[in-house]
Design a binder for this molecule. Sequence first.
Ligand SMILES: C[S@@+](CC[C@H](N)C(=O)[O-])C[C@H]1O[C@@H](n2cnc3c(N)ncnc32)[C@H](O)[C@@H]1O
Length: 301
Amino acid sequence: MHDDDITEKVIRQKRLIEEHDEQTGGNQFLLFGFALRPFFSMHTGTSLSRFPNPIRFVLKLYRNVRYYLVPKKLPFTYFGDGVATKSRMPFLEETSFRHAYLRMRVSSEAVVDPALHWRVHQIIWAVKNCMKLDGDFVECGTGKGLMMSAALASVQEWNDCGKKLFLFDTFEPYGLDPETGENSESQGIREKYAESAEKVRMNFSEWANVELVKGRLPDSLSDARITEIAFLHLDLNHAISEVLVLRRLWDHIVEGGIVVLDDFGSTDEQNIALTNLSKELQFEILSTGTSQGIIVKYTRR
Ligand SMILES: C[S@@+](CC[C@H](N)C(=O)[O-])C[C@H]1O[C@@H](n2cnc3c(N)ncnc32)[C@H](O)[C@@H]1O
């Protein structure tokens, strides 16, 4: 496919998304309703201790009904990707975020917003910090390339910065066999996985210095010349593969380099395996509400 055709394809998908958004109403990210908390406390506390026992009991019941057992309106202003929050989200209004987020939606090949605002925000935060460091960017587990297309779209100077982005994947569409971690036809086609390496290459063709490395990790790490890594995104959906990859790449990550684990909180397997690795390699993982984990590499001097 010619470069002009590729650009035309991106523009066409953007237009479809914009048309779709114009024809939707309401707020896709609002969680509306009432909830009660399945909790009570019969602790007397200092304020009730001056009352005699029967009155105390009635007051405790009243306190529980008032604070916990009456359904309350949900206070959240945003709900998406496992996060319900009433936090301000100023990044939603930033031009650079909006541009990057739309580019991520183009990569998804869907018109419906996948509600990945916090995930993309966290990736952009990491990538912008890592632009200030020496070293390349690496993603292990690229699929269609949602996160890294948002990342590159958020960095205006990418094409002139001299950094490389290595994208490692088998670039196969099938889900993973949970035992072997291999893409297997028996697991069916996964929407977020790549149809082919060629399609992913085209998706990234507007950016310089992007190298696709097709093959099974961790073995395929030897197929690329990786020296220093400033940013690593690990998203293999398989605990053993993720541990093997991070152990192999750890010494290449520069001081202050950032690793984002896409699925740290998604499954017990990944959570436990990466927590154990953190003890072995002595790093700290920040768990985030989106199930991601964030590591900043610092070594004791
Ligand atoms: C959830 S998808 C990645 C999504 C991607 N990070 C994004 O932002 O769109 C996980 C990918 O990891 C790939 N994968 C899993 N295990 C692998 C392995 N051992 N070697 C290479 N690729 C692997 C799968 O083929 C799949 O494309």
